[in-house]
Design a protein around this ligand. Structure first.
Ligand SMILES: NC(=O)c1ccc[n+]([C@@H]2O[C@H](COP(=O)([O-])OP(=O)(O)OC[C@H]3O[C@@H](n4cnc5c(N)ncnc54)[C@H](OP(=O)(O)O)[C@@H]3O)[C@@H](O)[C@H]2O)c1
Length: 333
């Protein structure tokens, strides 16, 4: 039996689809108030009459923050895919995000060690890697520096990954993946669905930065291959292409049949904008649309290398254009 956490999210929904399609016995952790409608839509998007497939998922009600629910969920489990996390850049989510991502991962790691679960695959992020000077390529060996001005999300993922490495010293057999920005069918309010939402809403500005992107179908393929391999306690960057935000937004706008942003938000404009947003937040308590960290990231050009993964298992990615079109098709439907 395989346990998947985060099954209602972007990565988890695609992983569940692939696993049940492959005939695996799968249990999925869900919270009492988790909504599984989006997951059903994802199944239907990839396969008509997918209700039989969907029925194969064994649901287990629990929470990363409830240690005992995790222990119960792990009974009879031989492999765990830990995809659940809180992904947010809102200041008001900081505390909940830290506990969900760090304490939640520590709970799951501890429960796996206690129950001798043989294999653990953790979805980390490129957010846990260091930030070298612009232009230098980032890979698994680019280590995190505390003074790199990381977002709260990055800090929480870094500390979550540290919990996994701590677990490996206590007997956990793990493989960690560090995907770049993951694109794929998901609701507009969740995960990278929000990027598509802003393009759909006709955002007028683009910024000078660049980052790595990868399609969700590839992320789950690599996760399954690595989790089934004999790799022990290694981390792998998963990244299909490094693309400028301007190009990404133009591609997304094209796929959604809306206008691409035309105005370049230069450094001083972005720097003024996050300060205005912060002031607005203090006065109105409305979530800022831009924070100091997201403003900085939006201007930074970060290039990622997946050479370590390619050396271990040569892998041909679906193009980012294809992943964008696939997501847009889902959103339009
Ligand atoms: N999206 C990206 O671009 C990206 C890039 C790199 C790495 N990652 C990592 O990939 C993983 C999956 O991301 P995603 O984009 O699929 O996120 P997502 O769509 O926001 O899904 C998050 C999942 O975590 C679950 N969850 C949140 N808090 C929980 C808790 N306390 N107990 C149990 N489950 C909880 C959510 O369940 P509910 O339905 O109950 O809310 C949901 O199923 C995360 O670890 C993220 O850090 C994402």
């Amino acid at each position: 039996m395989i346990l998947v956490t985060g099954g209602t999210g972007l990565v988890g929904s695609h992983l569940l689809f692939q696993l049940v399609k492959d005939g695996q016995q799968v249990r999925a952790l869900r919270r009492a108030n988790s909504c599984i409608d989006e997951l059903k839509k994802v199944f239907e998007f990839y396969q008509e009459d997918s209700s039989d497939l969907f029925q194969k998922i064994e649901w287990f009600e629990g929470d990363l923050l409830n240690y005992f629910s995790l222990k119960d969920a792990l009974l009879g489990v031989s492999k765990v895919y830990h995809c659940a996390a809180m992904v947010s850049f809102k200041p008001s989510d900081a505390m909940e995000m830290f506990s969900t991502n760090v304490e939640g991962t520590a709970n799951l790691v501890n429960a796996c060690i206690e129950l001798n679960v043989p294999r653990f695959c953790f979805v980390s992020s490129i957010a846990t890697l260091g930030k070298p000077l612009e232009g230098e390529v980032i890979d698994e060996s680019t280590f995190w520096q505390n003074d790199d001005n990381h977002s709260v999300y990055s800090q929480s993922k870094f500390r979550a990954e540290m919990e996994v490495w701590r677990g490996t010293k206590e007997g956990l057999n793990a493989v960690v993946v560090n995907p770049s920005v993951i694109l794929g069918p998901v609701g507009l309010e969740r995960s990278t669905g929000q990027l598509f939402k802003s393009v759909m809403n006709g955002v007028r500005f683009y910024t000078a930065g660049a980052t790595g992107f990868v399609g969700v179908r590839d992320v789950v393929k690599v996760m399954i291959a690595l989790a089934n391999s004999d790799v022990v306690n290694e981390r792998y960057v998963i990244n299909a292409e490094n693309i400028a935000y301007k190009k990404f937004m133009a591609m997304a706008a094209g796929a959604l049949n809306v206008k691409a942003p035309k105005v370049k938000a230069v450094r001083w404009m972005v720097s003024l904008a996050w300060r205005i947003e912060r002031l607005r937040y203090y006065i109105t308590r409305k979530e800022p649309r831009l924070t100091k960290e997201t403003a900085r990231t939006s201007q930074h050009k970060s290039f990622y290398s997946d050479a370590k993964l390619q050396a271990y298992m040569p892998f041909k990615y679906i193009s980012i254009q294809d992943s964008i079109e696939n997501t847009a098709k889902y959103l339009k439907e």
